[in-house]
Ligand binder design. Structure first.
Ligand SMILES: Nc1nc2c(ncn2[C@@H]2O[C@H](COP(=O)(O)OP(=O)(O)OP(=O)(O)O)[C@@H](O)[C@H]2O)c(=O)[nH]1
Ligand SMILES: [Mg+2]
Length: 575
């Protein structure tokens, strides 16, 4: 490479460092192997001789053109796809050939031109042999300038357009060589073909490449000793371009701007990849937020409904208290003093009239509560399954596939699948009876501890029996004293009041402990239901959150690098 001035060297160093940063950033992000190789080669290329790559469709005359340029038949020419590997031609004291890498052959020849630049002959594109095209496409990122050879027989074909697009996307400068003009009848024909190429390059690719119409065959003839062929070969302007327009400064400009083009192409590619992933995640986040909001609503609804249901259960007890009051009112009367002596009968009466079906009623209400909870739990799972199914349908409609870089899509789909499978499985195998039974068992244990179910047998029955007994003791004493009036006026009302108060206190305590136990039990069940749903969603939502952070950071980093690449490219172009 030429000796660089201080400014040039500074630019060179800056570029080298910037591409290094890009390499690190993209490697961290996880770039594809091909892209990594392209970037590595672009960096490496900075230290090599100027690389002029000759590309184009097979049979367009690339090898012939290079032979003509060098004035010697170094490369094989032929009517069928001929060149099968990359040939790098470099300067050497004598002709030699050595395999560089798998598909690359290094040739040397004692040519003055090759002291300044290396010339690369590539296998033609659009060949039956697809691998030829791949070999050439792979090599493009390494080039400093691409001479694109098209033949006057079929200029600017559709496949050429596609290939030129790739070259353009790598940020390469393109010069078009319109070969085989010797088969055209007149200068006017040549001009027409040139115009055709210019128009289409601008319209379809947005580029304005310089075009050199030549006949490589005539040029070769001229160099082999037929001077009449030189003029019609129109090789002179092209050779001048290569020798003079492509002077040292221009070569340096191209050499420095070429790797920057590769860098820009890669930042562009990964930036759009990051954006499309972020878009995807944004919608995932919306869906997860919806699910979360719904869980919140579910919890709220359940709490509210639960309060009503608790009030319902409390009412059962309040009704009982009222019946108790009525019972005391009608039983603890002077006229029934004789009945009050029969403790067993009082207890029985109390159980039949006051307690009645309270335990059964409470049990039924608790069972309703359980069914209601189980139903609500199932509905939540159904709704999650529904959300996921809809998300998938939307994605399918938009045909979002793997972007081929790293394991993002794979991980995302795997987690979505796992969640979908889990919620689907829960819904499909949801066994209401078993869930209810499990809950009932737990509720029973809790309620039993409050002795609620035993309310009739032990609690209140015994209370009433005790009341009756003490009352009769009093009555006996009072009767002996023959103070019936006192009994009617004072003792019985006081007893009655005490009995009512006792009952009220007992029921209040019962209500408190029953409701407390149920509340405790069912808020646990609700928590458990929501926790289970959240646990199923957690890996997926964690992935969404973490990828979001990761991608945003990578996006910001690439944006900064992109800006620096553009700035540097601007500087290089104005070198
Ligand atoms: N008429 C005419 N024929 C040419 C010219 N240049 C090359 N050819 C012929 O076109 C055919 C293909 O030439 P090559 O140089 O092998 O073409 P290539 O582009 O290297 O082909 P691949 O290596 O297969 O991609 C050969 O038969 C050449 O003789 C030219 O300027 N005029
Ligand atoms: Mg060839």
């Amino acid at each position: 490479m030429q000796i660089l001035t201080n400014d040039q060297q500074a630019l060179f160093n800056r570029e080298r460092a910037l591409l290094g940063e890009l390499q690190i950033a993209l490697t961290r992000f996880g770039m594809e192997r091909d892209d990594e190789a392209a970037l590595r080669q672009a960096v490496q290329q900075m230290y090599d001789l100027f690389l002029l790559v000759v590309a184009g469709e097979f049979n367009s005359g690339k090898s012939t053109f290079i032979n003509a340029l060098l004035g010697q038949r170094l490369l094989k020419e032929g009517v069928t796809p001929t060149t099968t590997q990359i040939n790098i031609l470099r300067h050497g004291e004598s002709e030699s050939a050595a395999v560089l890498e798998g598909n690359i052959l290094a040739l040397t020849a004692p040519s003055e031109l090759l002291r300044e630049i290396s010339i690369v002959d590539t296998p033609g594109t659009n060949a039956i042999l697809r691998e030829h095209e791949a070999i050439t496409a792979h090599f493009i990122p390494r080039s400093d300038l691409v001479l694109f050879v098209t033949s006057a027989e079929r200029p600017f074909t559709e496949s050429e357009r596609g290939f030129l697009e790739q070259i353009r996307d790598w940020g390469k400068k393109i010069v078009v060589v319109l070969n085989k003009i010797d088969i055209l009848q007149s200068d006017a024909d040549i001009q027409e073909v040139e115009r055709f190429i210019t128009e289409n390059a601008a319209r379809l690719l947005g580029i304005q490449p310089q075009i050199f119409p030549v006949s490589a065959r005539l040029a070769m003839l001229a160099k082999a000793g037929d001077p009449r062929a030189w003029g019609p070969s129109r090789f002179e302007p092209l050779e001048n371009y290569i020798r003079t327009a492509l002077d040292e400064d221009e070569r340096l400009r191209l050499k420095l701007s070429s790797p920057l083009g590769v860098g820009q192409r890669l930042t562009g590619r990964y930036t759009s990849l990051i954006h499309s992933r972020l878009d995807l995640l944004k919608e995932d986040t919306v869906m997860l937020d919806e699910v979360e909001a719904q869980l919140g609503l579910y919890q709220e609804d359940m709490r509210r409904d639960f309060k009503f249901r608790m009030a319902d259960i409390e009412n059962v007890l309040l009704d009982m208290e009222k019946r108790g009051d009525d019972y005391f009112e009608s039983t603890l009367r002077l006229g029934r003093v004789s009945d009050l002596i029969n403790k067993k009968r009082i207890q029985q009466e109390f159980e039949q009239q006051v307690v009645a079906d309270v335990p059964g009623q409470i049990e039924r209400k608790v069972n309703d509560l359980i069914d209601w909870l189980v139903e609500a739990d199932l509905r939540q799972w159904q709704s999650i399954t529904g959300h996921l199914a809809e998300r998938r349908r939307k994605l399918k409609d938009r045909l979002i596939g793997d972007d081929g870089v790293g394991s993002f899509q794979y991980d995302r789909e795997r987690l979505m699948d796992a969640l979908g499978r889990e919620s689907g499985r829960v819904v499909e195998t949801y066994d209401r009876a078993r869930e209810a039974e499990e809950m009932a068992l737990a509720a029973q244990t809790a309620v039993a501890a409050t002795a609620a179910i035993e309310v009739s047998a032990v609690g209140l029955g015994a209370l009433v029996a005790a009341l009756a007994t003490t009352l009769t003791t009093d009555i006996t004493g009072i009767l002996l004293a023959s103070l019936v009036a006192v009994l009617g006026l004072f003792v019985i009302p006081i007893r009655k009041r005490n009995a009512k108060r006792d009952l009220s206190e007992k029921i209040a305590a019962l209500r408190k402990s029953l409701v407390g136990a149920l509340e405790h039990q069912f808020s646990n069940e609700m928590e458990r239901s929501i926790e289970r749903i959240r646990a199923a969603i957690a890996p997926y939502s964690r992935f969404v959150r973490m990828e979001n952070e990761k991608l945003s950071a990578a996006g910001a980093e690439l944006a900064a690098l992109e800006q620096q690449l553009a700035d540097l490219k601007h500087k290089v172009e104005n070198l």
